[in-house]
Ligand binder design. Structure first.
Ligand SMILES: Nc1ncnc2c1ncn2[C@@H]1O[C@H](COP(=O)(O)OP(=O)(O)OP(=O)(O)O)[C@@H](O)[C@H]1O
Ligand SMILES: O=P(O)(O)OC[C@H]1O[C@H](OP(=O)(O)OP(=O)(O)O)[C@H](O)[C@@H]1O
Ligand SMILES: [Mg+2]
Length: 285
């Protein structure tokens, strides 16, 4: 066991919590099974987890109290903390938009003098400043969509995923998205990576690659192998091995999961046979 544990902040609740725990478990780390538990030490893997409110995570990492955090890009930017994004994690995707009753405004330029309600006051203030617009920003904790109907605001700025909460409140988005967010790994800005961080990062990257690629195997006639490997170039280079059957080779290559079915059809048309696609459970590239 290393003498100093890597200290990680993980969302304890909300949209990011379950996916964050899933990715850590897939990366081979112990995770809490009781949602009320606030800390967990995985000494064998040299890490200690702190389950915190996602909104507070950037602050702990920015202060250097904790080494690494999982949070949303929008929450990081809103916090103003001295932490920086080091890896995008592919979940918790959302867009952050202005919205209002139809006809209220069509771009940020129409917001002068308006009352804007949001849970992300830092992001909104900065966006207004960038566009030279003066408006009143009111910070609310949640259910921001109701603030217009309740007479507290003219416009809201909030996370939009499916858009159904907005529609139910009689609001529609206007203008360009203020930002696009997803879950990210953060560390303290401008600091040396903490001890043990590279191993942690490689493990998490391994999960992301394993999730987004499949391993593809097939047999093909030697004279078609160049065309086939052009379809399956892999990450480094495909493995081509001789087959006992004269004039044929076996090919093995990593293929992006979302193209795998199309690639299999195209390989078949080239004359490939015995085409297998297999899940990857873990990897280090
Ligand atoms: N549908 C969604 N609603 C809210 N946040 C979302 C959604 N989809 C993704 N996210 C992302 O999750 C993060 C918000 O975390 P937070 O814990 O506040 O989630 P939450 O679902 O709003 O939780 P709660 O409202 O219970 O506090 C942000 O980075 C946001 O972009
Ligand atoms: O576009 P949609 O799919 O409808 O999702 C977006 C909504 O989900 C979140 O609310 P949440 O459930 O976190 O409640 P909150 O407003 O109390 O934070 C977010 O703040 C929006 O209100
Ligand atoms: Mg919320």
């Amino acid at each position: 066991m290393p003498d100093k544990l890597l200290r990680l902040a993980v969302p304890n609740k909300g949209s990011l919590s379950q996916s964050a725990t899933d990715i850590l478990r897939e990366a081979g780390y112990k995770q809490r099974t009781d949602a009320k538990r606030l800390t967990l030490t995985d000494g064998e893997n040299g890490v200690e987890f702190f389950y915190l409110r996602p909104r507070d995570i950037a602050l702990y990492v920015g202060e250097g109290t904790l080494d690494v955090g999982i949070t949303g890009r929008d929450l990081l930017l809103d916090s103003g903390a001295k932490a920086e994004e080091v890896l995008t994690l592919g979940f918790g995707r959302s867009r952050f938009h202005f919205a209002a009753p139809p006809g209220t405004a069509s771009s940020v330029g129409d917001l002068a003098g308006k009352r804007i309600a949001t849970s992300y006051a830092g992001v909104v203030q900065r966006h207004l400043e960038d566009h030279g617009v003066e408006a009143t920003v009111t910070r609310l904790d949640g259910a921001v969509e109701s603030s217009v109907q309740l007479g507290v605001a003219d416009v809201i700025a909030d996370v939009v995923e499916t858009g159904s909460t907005l529609r139910n409140a009689g609001l529609e988005v206007f203008g360009d998205p203020i930002l696009e967010s997803e879950a990210v790994l953060i560390t303290r800005a401008g600091a040396q990576p903490p001890a043990g961080f590279e191993v942690f990062r490689r493990r998490v990257e391994g999960v992301l690659v394993a999730r987004s690629y499949v391993m593809m195997d097939y047999d093909i006639r030697t004279e078609r192998v160049e065309e086939a490997v052009a379809l399956t170039p892999g990450i480094e280079s495909p493995t081509v091995s001789p087959l006992h059957r004269e004039g044929w080779v076996a090919v093995r290559s990593m293929v992006p999961r979302d193209t795998a079915q199309r690639v299999m059809d195209e390989l078949w048309d080239l004359g490939a046979r015995g085409i297998l696609s297999t899940d990857i459970h873990a990897c280090r590239l």
